[in-house]
Write a protein that binds this ligand. Structure first.
Ligand code: PLP
Length: 365
């Protein structure tokens, strides 16, 4: 069986270094809010080309805390509308409703799967105050157009960069386009911890300082609480592990891109549509998502031939039970995509042999 993703295979080459990193933390006796976190934040901000990075507990908290911070700053108010794409993970929506803001969903571009600037413009009302573009599957949302719209309508932009560590446009990295960006280091992401972790990147110093406080009970000085904050910290063990992962991340990205290029050049079947992307660096290939009108039959056929696939996502966020009773609208483009998409195995360690086998099997479908 060619597994969709095997985290043990992805992690084992770094086993010794990871153990050394954990040992360093154990021997330091400092497990929360120490130098490991500081070092990782600096390295990650440098990687993204932003002034600041703030480590938090996970990707959802990164999204939620930025919106919360903007409310504290008076830039957002309850019942303001926030635009998101229809085809995203539910986290983007949860961050909005958790802050008593209103979800405004728009359709994606059916070619790239990413949020459509034209649809964003149509969705803007007097109550719209922010956009959360999602760099879905590792492909940058059309940030040039989105930032122009944001400027015209004075909207805040929070990139959901949970799937796009390393995606770039003309040398500018994901996380450096909007007013802030949210990253997840969930183990299966491009850059993954060995547990939960997340971060916010930003160039805004006041937002940065506010987030340092909000993630730590609203406190920057022990027993002084300026805000009704939360406990969402990136611990020292995960920060140490992420620093090891960062050292090899560029190589990992290149391996992902090579695997994607292999698929793109070898899959030739009229029943299968390949992903559309704009240029080499814009896509970090978190997922390699093909389309077919016969998706369910294709998935079963691949399984019968020893190839595991997944669907991202089988049910749209706005159709989930969690949002029953919300009048979110219907989104035929996203819903059609959802019935056609299939994610193929792609990782930094996948072998040429496995890739060739997958292509051969696909081409015989
Ligand atoms: C994974 C993911 C998140 C959430 O990250 P967690 O660390 O699991 O909370 C948010 N948005 C998108 C698009 C994601 O893929």
């Amino acid at each position: 069986m060619i597994e969709f993703l095997n985290l043990k295979n992805a992690t084992s080459p770094l086993r010794q270094e990871l153990i050394e990193a954990c040992t360093r933390v154990i021997d330091s006796g400092r497990f929360i809010s120490g130098n490991e976190l500081k070092s990782f934040e600096e390295a990650f901000a440098a990687f993204c080309g932003t002034k600041y990075a703030v480590g938090v507990g996970n990707g959802l908290d990164a999204l939620t805390l930025v919106l919360r911070a903007w409310k504290e700053q008076g830039k957002l108010h309850s019942d303001d509308e926030v635009i998101i794409p229809a085809n995203t993970y539910i986290a983007s929506m949860l961050a909005i409703t958790e802050n008593n803001l209103v979800i405004k969903i728009v359709e994606p571009n059916p070619e790239t799967f990413n949020i459509s600037p034209l649809e964003i413009k149509k969705a803007i009302t007097k109550k719209t105050k922010a956009i959360i573009p999602v760099h879905l599957y590792g492909q940058l949302a059309p940030m040039t157009e989105i930032m122009a719209i944001a400027k015209e309508y004075q909207l805040l932009v929070l990139e959901d960069a949970a799937q796009s560590h390393g995606s770039a446009l003309a040398g500018k990295m994901a996380g450096g386009f909007g007013d802030a960006a949210a990253f997840s280091f969930y183990p299966s992401k491009n850059l993954g911890a060995l547990g939960d972790a997340g971060a916010v990147t930003t160039n805004d110093q006041s937002l940065y300082e506010l987030l340092l406080s909000l993630r730590n009970y609203g406190s920057r000085e022990k027993y002084q609480h300026d805000y009704q904050g939360v406990n969402s910290r990136l611990d020292e063990i995960q920060a140490a592990i992420l620093q090891v992962k960062m050292k090899y991340f560029k190589e990992d990205l290149e391996a992902r891109r090579k695997a994607a290029m292999f698929y793109l050049s070898r899959i030739k079947n009229p029943k299968i549509q390949l992903p559309v992307y704009t240029d080499h660096e814009s896509h970090s290939w978190h997922l390699f998502v093909i389309r077919s009108n016969e998706r369910d039959a294709l998935k079963k056929y691949l399984e019968d031939n020893g190839i595991e696939t997944q669907i991202h996502y089988p049910k749209a966020a706005h159709e989930q039970k969690a949002y029953h009773g919300y009048d979110l609208g219907t989104f035929p483009v996203a819903e059609k995509l959802q019935s056609e998409i299939l994610s193929l195995p792609l990782s930094s360690y996948i072998s040429g042999e496995d890739l060739q086998k997958i292509c051969n099997v696909l081409n015989r479908f």
